[in-house]
Design a protein around this ligand. Structure first.
Ligand code: PMP
Length: 370
């Protein structure tokens, strides 16, 4: 465990303990050991450029276009959401909106719920998470494992309905603001700020300022809005590209400025039926729609060829990034950065399961496909 932790760049955030410890009869000094809560952010970036070319002889194999991904599932709660929950809780505590004895509530497709439950356990708060029945069993179980109470909304309830999971959390906090603090990830600007303060600067530093495109799918929009804001402040030429599940209203809204009813899709945690307050469309330069099969097939490519077991939105982000890479001039240097938002282990009973895929009208991975 120590060797693994040491290899993580996150360890650089930990203070050095000036200890002399006798371990296996040797003496060790300056051990870099910290509290688990200090491991949020500073995630590694991996190179996925070789995935752009389908074969080594392809024209793209000699391209100047690079595709890198931040491995966000190496955050302590196994998702990108640790970054925003940390910022939201820090600010709420500093501003006196969250005090000892209060209960934190969070509406979530699962990951913000797990991060909130984890951080409430670390900080000594009770916690209630509301989610939709679409949330995977693994994510629901993780929330409960941290000791949080989980409320699941009824199936088929539309956004805005008091029985919708987002409204359930909002109404609880409205009814008793002295007792409940709502994380309010969909509308609070502390959400994009969490990425503006951490993910943006990390991408800028890890690419030596060479990043040209940032690609991310959105739900609250916090990731793309906060990160793109930081990167564009460093270099206004950086392009922000929203990867969007087919069925989400973001693509239609980007193209037409209005939207109709969302359609069902199976990738979890991304895409939406309304525009959240944390999403800033002014900062988005393009949208790439991606369907379920494309997203999941890319996950299988990542797991079976790269050994990266990531969630469906990671496949969606990587698929869009590879499409973008293939569309750029191979002679012009470009650095596309995307994120792998959560861990594939959260979906073992879903798209990593052939029966589930078949039941949902999707193709299981076959050697030829990958
Ligand atoms: N991927 C996954 C798996 C998520 O859970 C989320 C957030 N629900 C996102 C991506 C999108 O992040 P954001 O809310 O910052 O747009």
């Amino acid at each position: 465990t120590f060797a693994y932790a040491s290899s993580r760049s996150a360890i650089s955030r930990c203070g050095t303990l000036k200890l002399s410890v006798r371990l296996l009869s040797s003496s060790y000094t300056n051990l870099k050991i910290c509290r688990y809560r200090e491991l949020v952010a500073d995630t590694p970036m991996v190179d996925l450029t070789h995935l752009v070319a389908k074969d080594a002889n392809s024209e793209l194999a000699n391209s100047n276009v690079r595709v890198f991904a931040k491995v966000e599932f190496l955050n302590p709660g196994f998702s990108i959401k640790d970054r925003i929950v940390q910022n939201i809780l820090n600010k709420a505590e500093d501003e006196g909106k969250l005090k000892k004895g209060m209960i934190a509530v969070a509406a979530s497709s699962g990951n913000t719920g797990a991060s909130t439950a984890m951080m409430c356990a670390m900080r000594g708060y009770e916690c209630i998470i509301t989610t939709s029945p679409k949330c995977s069993k693994e994510k629901m179980d993780a929330i409960k494992a941290y000791g949080a109470k989980l409320l699941v909304s009824e199936p088929g309830v539309e956004e805005g309905d008091p029985k919708h999971y987002i409204e359930m959390a909002r109404l609880m906090a409205l009814e008793d603001p002295e007792l409940y603090f709502d994380i309010d990830q969909y509308d609070t600007l502390s959400n994009p700020e969490g990425h503006f303060l951490t993910l943006g600067p990390e991408i800028w530093q890890q690419t030596n300022g060479l990043v040209t495109h940032f690609v991310a799918a959105g739900s609250t929009g916090g990731t793309i809005s906060g990160t793109a804001k930081y990167l564009k402040q460093q270099n206004p030429e950086v392009k922000a590209v929203l990867a969007d599940p087919v069925g989400s209203i973001f693509t239609e809204y980007f193209k037409k400025g209005s939207y109709g009813k969302p359609k069902d899709f199976l990738v979890e945690g991304v895409g939406k039926g309304t525009i959240p307050g944390a999403m800033n469309f002014d900062i988005i330069d393009d949208v790439i729609p991606v369907n379920d099969q494309e997203a999941f097939d890319t996950c299988f490519r990542l797991s079976r060829k790269e050994g990266i077991c990531a969630g469906g939105s990671s496949g969606l982000n990587v698929f869009a990034s590879l499409q973008l890479a293939a569309s750029l001039d191979p002679n012009t240097p470009a650095v596309i950065v995307t994120v792998l938002p959560d861990l594939g282990v959260k979906y073992l009973s879903k798209f990593y399961n052939d029966e589930w895929l078949t039941e949902n009208g999707l193709k299981p991975p076959s050697a030829g496909q990958i």
